[in-house]
Design a protein around this ligand. Structure first.
Ligand code: ZN
Length: 299
């Protein structure tokens, strides 16, 4: 785990074991607010130890989950004294699928054996605020990567923890491309000093607009390319010809995982566009879709 300070009271922890996942802590005289946890217990325990060394400022009062995915929520159980906060749909999805996807993740990743599911006990719909030790954190709804995505805005520092609404390659396989575009457009209006992305590097003020513009261009590029293929009746296998490099993304981002995420984006778009076409008259029968269980370790 890598630890950085973004300001006197805000630090960021980045996993060195899985996909550069980030978590953060806001330290106040009345205790700490943790934003997400890291994928594996050993790294989240490093956060626990670090916060202990901060004394009363490091006593965790709240853990905020930016969305339901296991790489951000698996460490919740290591903060039993804290209240967990998330979007209403984060709790609902974890209630429905959490145990099943955690079991699946444990099978694939033995390091997760001790993880226990802990879901938000405080939820909200559009926005909420936390006031602690003189700091104000605004929680805002930022869907797109998933339907339950939220961001955490630290008012005095103008820092946004964007969750996976911002990551080195936009990723919407489990979510919705249009929502993701709207969330990024909203973030662009916020005049921020820093963005802590859900994965990868912290963005500084001077990089934010350009990064969001690149992300939006990538989402437009793949839309046009996939739509062309759907219109031409191409098969899903043809999508491999659309490379991440030529779509404006970096193949090495997130420890090389970007290629895989890019392909999943294409598949999602392809299926969505095909489904839309099939709904157009004359009405064709929609084929039954395979049930896909969302893996708890999905980024
Ligand atoms: Zn993630």
């Amino acid at each position: 785990m890598k630890r950085d300070r973004v300001s006197d009271d805000v630090c960021v922890f980045t996993s060195t074991q899985y996909a550069q996942v980030t978590a953060g802590a806001v330290l106040t005289p009345s205790g700490a607010i943790l934003i997400d946890t890291l994928p594996f217990p050993n790294e989240t325990r490093e956060i626990v130890d670090y916060l202990k060394s901060e004394g009363p400022r490091g006593i965790v009062r709240f853990v905020i989950n930016t969305h339901r995915h296991g790489d951000h929520t698996h460490g919740n159980y290591l903060f039993p004294e804290a209240e967990v906060i998330g979007h209403r749909l984060c709790r609902e999805t974890l209630l429905k699928w959490g145990e099943e996807s955690l079991e699946e993740a444990k099978q694939a990743t033995p390091q997760l054996a001790e993880v226990r599911l802990r879901m938000p006990s405080i939820t909200f719909e559009r926005e909420a605020s936390i006031y602690l030790g003189g700091m104000t954190l605004d929680l805002l709804y930022l869907p797109g990567h998933t339907i339950d995505g939220i961001g955490v805005y630290i008012r005095s520092e103008r820092i946004l923890f964007a969750g996976d609404a911002m990551m080195p390659l936009p990723y919407f396989f489990w979510g919705d491309r249009d929502h993701l575009i709207a969330s990024m457009q909203h973030i662009k209006t916020m005049e921020l000093e820093h963005i802590v992305q859900g994965h990868g590097d912290v963005l500084l003020r001077g990089e934010i607009d350009e990064t969001i513009d690149q992300n939006l261009a990538y989402l437009e590029d793949i839309y046009q390319k996939v739509k062309k293929r759907v219109d031409a009746g191409a098969s899903e296998r043809d999508l491999t010809k659309i490379t991440v490099e030529k779509s404006g993304g970096s193949p090495i981002a997130m420890d090389g995982m970007a290629k895989q995420l890019h392909h999943a984006n294409l598949v999602k778009l392809y299926r969505t566009l095909k489904e839309e076409r099939e709904k157009e008259p004359p009405v064709k029968k929609a084929r039954g879709r395979r049930k896909v269980v969302e893996r708890a370790t999905t980024p």
